[in-house]
Design a protein around this ligand. Structure first.
Ligand SMILES: [Mg+2]
Length: 285
């Protein structure tokens, strides 16, 4: 019942720190054989994928800058991590792309020495992913076990969750939420979208194509929809106009959306007859 022929919408993502968030490691891991996925991670990722989040890993890899391992080792480690996650999650692909930053101001390997816009707390990796994969940053989340993770997420306009059981760190954090592990974070994230996931969309079709190009009528429909939402307590997710139809998306599913649009049709019909002419602006529903 949704309207067709729109621009593809930007998609929400969850940006995931790697060490201490997905895997049991305090940093500097360049050996794929040392990978250990943390408990609850597979369930958490399943939950996020089920809610249509695109997942990215964004990880600082200062170990490369310090000469502990090279970039090839990072790539191999991520390839194995992806295979392990796919097996545990039961999906052909789990992480859309692995971003890493090998730079560090105190690097011993000269070519990696210096500040870099990708190095968290800077948000460069999130911006790169957003550009490459059409991500809606404001509907996205950043999750990590260090303050620099949530600082990077906030700088990219994402909502943020710090993973920590340390009360002092939690109290001082700029993170929007603090959770004890990735599973709790995933539950927090998906709870925030469950209503939208159950949204219903219904279209009202205009009788003629010039009716919805009437700017005053468009504005009137928008304010009527807002007023109706307020009156009924139904949450209006969005209202969109195309040449021949207007679509309303509301929380609660298609039956609620049908009732909402029927009401909107009645209100707008009345306005049109008073201001524009005797015939209804709408075709059959
Ligand atoms: Mg970490």
């Amino acid at each position: 019942m949704s309207a067709s022929a729109r621009q593809p919408a930007l998609r929400p993502a969850v940006f995931l720190d790697r060490d201490g968030t997905l895997i049991d490691n305090a940093g500097d891991l360049g050996d794929p054989d040392q990978l250990k996925i943390l408990p609850g991670v597979a369930l958490a990722l399943q939950l996020l994928l089920k809610h249509n989040f695109i997942l990215f890993v964004v990880t600082n890899q200062g170990g490369v800058a310090r000469g502990k391992y090279n970039e090839d080792a990072v790539v191999q480690t991520h390839a194995r991590l992806e295979r392990m996650l796919c097996a545990e999650v039961g999906a052909p692909q789990v992480i859309c792309e692995y971003y890493y930053c090998p730079f560090h101001p105190q690097a011993t390997v000269e070519k990696y020495r210096g500040e870099h816009e990708w190095r968290k707390p800077a948000p460069g990796m999130l911006f790169a992913a957003a550009l490459a994969h059409a991500i809606d940053l404001e509907k996205s989340w950043m999750v990590g076990d260090q303050e620099r993770d949530v600082v990077a997420g906030a700088a990219a306009q994402c909502r943020t969750i710090l993973i920590s059981s340390d009360r002092e760190l939690a109290a001082a954090s700029v993170g929007d939420f603090v959770e004890k592990d990735l599973l709790a974070a995933a539950r927090r994230i998906t709870a925030s979208v469950v209503d939208v996931a159950m949204a219903g969309t219904v279209a009202l079709h205009a009788r003629r194509s010039d009716i919805l190009s009437d700017a005053v009528f468009q504005e009137t429909i928008k304010s009527m929809a807002q007023a109706l939402a307020q009156r009924t307590g139904i949450k209006l997710v969005r209202i969109e106009f195309e040449t021949n139809c207007v679509t309303a998306t509301v929380e609660g599913g298609d039956v609620i959306a049908l009732g909402f649009v029927a009401e909107l049709r009645r209100d707008s019909d009345r306005w049109w007859r008073e201001h524009r002419g005797a015939e209804s602006p709408w075709g059959s529903m």
